[in-house]
Design a protein around this ligand. Sequence first.
Ligand code: ZN
Length: 483
Amino acid sequence: MNTCYLCNEPMIDRKAYELNPESFHEKPKFIHGEHVIQDSLYGRLKSDKILCESCGSQLSVEVDSDFGKIFQSISEQFAHILTSTEKNKNFQPSLKGHVVLMDGRKIPVFIKGGIINPQKPFFDLPVNGEVKVYGESKTAKNFINFAKSELKKQGYEVEKLKFTIVSNLQDHIELGIHFSEGVEDFDRKLKMGFIKIATGFAMMNGVDRNDTPNTIDVKENALIYTDQIVPYIPCEVFEMVYDQQRIALEPEFPNHTLILYVDDYGDQKKLICYVDLFSTFAFYVVLNDNYKGKDVHSVYQQSITKMEKPEINIMNQSPKKLLIVEQFLKIGSEETKGMTLDERFSFVQKRYNQFTVSYEMDLTDSIEAVASKIAMHVAAKKMGKLDLLNMVEREMMESLPDLKVEDLMLIREEYLRMKREDPEKIYRQSHIGFHGKELYLKSNYYNILERQNSDMESIRRYTHMKFNLLNYFIQNHKDSLND
Ligand SMILES: [Zn+2]
């Protein structure tokens, strides 16, 4: 029988209880399907083995609610291209927050349809005869008259000034968006969401609740905060190229990725879960600093954007094409062995009827596809043949700094390692580096940990870049929908 990782009580089926409630001394804990990645983030992975119904709702209030609010600003920007969630009807409209402009001013804003609007219009003093008026376009137009009269009072010749409306603050923001309003203690609440995902994923993969002391207090039966959580940044050139071009490279961008693994590069083994949301926000959560449990390795990747079941008229296919349909439906040759053609057709038809679209992706397939593309793109750039690439790929490659011989060697080595070994056990876990002329393997976690204290500037720049990529995707998707 499965036990709940929080209250540590066995969980039973509610129906079994209701059939025979007298046989229970007290009301038991009920089995409940818990979203490992929050439903509000379009998470698809569920497990009925990790949390009982009451602990599930407790954590939903304590953790998921604020976490969902933080991501609401992102998800709502592309809600129309995302799959529906079970509860997305509860989504509130626009989200309020504040941004810090390049000149340091803090401005209250709201986000609606991907546009960052100031809550109230305002204007700058004239610079080279130009006055910038900030505000949602209609409001700002009316506000120009107010700005004119104010400037007149201050002695400006307003007839000679040019007034420009700035509706979207996106390009004027220095530090990105700080959604502290409505979400107090932002950093902690953000991290608690990642901690819950990491813990849930470990539990559903058979890790004992006693083996994640950083995130579960087994005495208090509580999910706890840990500061052993570090943001991901690329560790070497292969990862840098990968991450800068993720939109162009990943078969399904954006996606959610989880990797549970044991890092054996330090004095003690660490049990770590890498959590990557919207291909943009990624953290390593260390569940145990001195892990002595069984060796675990588990991955999960899911797409977020809507997928549809392909329409195939089975009975109209030629026998040759039927073979392809069988592969698509993952029907093994042993399953249809000895069947007549008619029997095979009806067998495939039955399986097609049962087929549902899966959001789950194969991480190995994803990584291999990306690695080959990187090798090809880098070669194209090197040979000056970028015109072979599609527009997005070309833009991304052009924005990449020129690669040195050493970089190209590392990319090649990393590519070969992915081919040679299991890429799921490499990706985001370890990387190759140069030590003088020697190649060495290094843990991503330890590398980032070292840089976290010394290299804040590149972490900050990287975070900006990631946010811009996601924005780029959202904007381009909108454009293609409007065409
Ligand atoms: Zn429980």
